[in-house]
Design a protein. Sequence first.
Lengths: 112, 116
Amino acid sequence: GAGVSQSPSNKVTEKGKDVELRCDPISGHTALYWYRQSLGQGLEFLIYFQGNSAPDKSGLPSDRFSAERTGGSVSTLTIQRTQQEDSAVYLCASSLVNTEAFFGQGTRLTVV
Amino acid sequence: DQQVKQNSPSLSVQEGRISILNCDYTNSMFDYFLWYKKYPAEGPTFLISISSIKDKNEDGRFTVFLNKSAKHLSLHIVPSQPGDSAVYFCAAETFAGGTSYGKLTFGQGTILTVHP
């Protein structure tokens, strides 16, 4: 596609439910990143995939968060047993090696 | 531990004047710096970057200055235009052996408003 695509654009979920957020990176981009932006905060790194290497999961805030990238393309970020503090905009980005990251429009997650 | 800081939450500038956005960092391992611009309901878009081997990079109306000794960088926009009104994020990363770790550390952002 022309850019990074994320779905859904908005998600409202009840506390305790699981959610899945999807990211379609730019075709051919080997690197894929997940960030989140909480209200009034900067972007917080969550996880980074590069080719076939093991992902850098150092930013995941708890074991309720996980992500996978299938076939080196589409990625899914899963949040289990959502909490209100998980409410944020979740941003996905992709890039070629050693080039700037291109971001999607984000998924706004609201946990009620 | 805020490794990248943008201490000004907002900046208001008149059209045609210069906008100066500032960013400080604490991690001396950072060797590549980027500025992103973000409009509401959109993802951040890359604006300009600078490597630590340089102290200035210019692209049209946008110039980024890096002062490594002070661990400070700034983005200058001149002349400022109303369409520049957005949130500006600075970001930093570390390259090791010429390959990016892929982990950008962002500042909190500065809201720039350019008045006509």
